[in-house]
Design a protein around this ligand. Structure first.
Ligand code: CP
Length: 307
């Protein structure tokens, strides 16, 4: 493969290979000197048309640990502001002969479009409401560090599924791994077509909590809401917010996850986000390892990481 565009097209074996490659990559992050010569002379361009803290900085860190030279295009100060199209931006970047371009864009399909335009490998860092494949892979890696076999395990994904590329990518990866996925949220934020992906849909968080091995809260994407779709924040929090009482209802030592950024006090209380069950910061660390693994494999690396 030249690119990583979506989880939908990955096989279970390919997902497994990425997870297995991320394990030694993670160890490198905790060495006194975290720098490999693997990507010496390679260049990685970050092209983020939407805001990001975790994804952008972790791709940059991952590329640097692997030894690549990185450029992060500041889109707000770029010629995109003067009306340059994605196509012309892509052609301009291609002229610099990068090895990998990481793209986040508000339009679903933007990464696919770039992959057809660029000779460089393209990694989708989130395209519109479509997919966020590296987030799903880091989520899976994190779950697998705590739950060896996800087959038959109950994973609740709670909240604004409608606008969530994270939810869609997680549904693909988790169902490929045999997990029982339940999407929970208000009717206006649960797209019925996701049923065909083999998941259960529910409007009732409290009835779904018992037996849940993982509960993932999604960010309420306030910037993407259309009038009338969203209940009041207070009502939302009352019905779908993760709090201590709700986590106790699982009856398990359930993992609490959130892709970030969090709206504390809306989809998750600070008490839960800071609790021992929460693995939210582990997700961030694992994001660097997963992105190292993906770049390494796309550049032709083998599963035997020699470092
Ligand atoms: N989870 C995630 O994509 O976070 P950022 O928007 O900060 O990259």
């Amino acid at each position: 493969r030249k690119d990583l565009l979506h989880i939908e097209s990955l096989t279970r074996d390919e997902i497994e290979l990425i997870i297995q490659t991320a394990k030694p990559m993670k160890e490198i992050l905790f060495r006194p000197i975290k720098k490999l010569p693997t990507f010496r002379g390679k260049s990685v361009i970050n092209l983020f048309y939407e805001s990001s803290t975790r994804t952008k900085s972790s791709f940059e860190t991952a590329a640097k640990v692997l030894g690549a030279d990185t450029t992060s295009l500041a889109v707000a100060q770029s010629s995109v502001n003067k009306g340059e199209t994605l196509y012309d931006t892509a052609r301009t970047l291609q002229a610099m002969n990068p090895d990998i371009v990481v793209v986040r864009h508000a339009s679903s399909g933007a990464a696919q479009f770039l992959s057809q335009t660029l000779k460089a490998g393209v990694i989708n860092a989130g395209d519109g409401q479509h997919e966020h494949p590296t987030q799903a892979l880091l989520d899976l890696f994190t779950m697998r560090e705590h739950i060896t076999d996800l087959s038959g395990k109950k994973v609740l994904i709670v909240g604004d599924v409608l606008h969530s590329r994270v939810a869609r990518s997680n549904v693909y990866s988790l169902t490929k791994m045999g997990a029982e996925v339940v999407l929970v949220g208000p009717p206006t934020l649960l797209p019925p077509e996701m049923k065909i992906l083999g998941v259960k849909m529910s409007y009732q968080l409290d009835t779904e909590l018992p037996g849940a091995d993982v509960v993932m809260a999604l960010r309420l994407q306030l910037e993407r809401q259309q009038a009338g779709l969203l209940p009041s924040l207070r009502e939302y929090s009352l019905l779908y917010g993760l709090n201590r009482e709700r986590i106790e209802q699982t009856g398990k030592d359930t993992l609490v996850m959130h892709p970030g950024p969090m709206n504390r006090g809306v989809e998750i209380t600070s008490e839960v986000a800071n609790s021992p069950n929460a693995v939210i910061e582990e997700q961030v660390t694992n994001g660097v390892a997963i992105r190292m693994a993906i770049m390494y494999l796309l550049m032709g690396g083998t599963s035997n990481v020699v470092a």
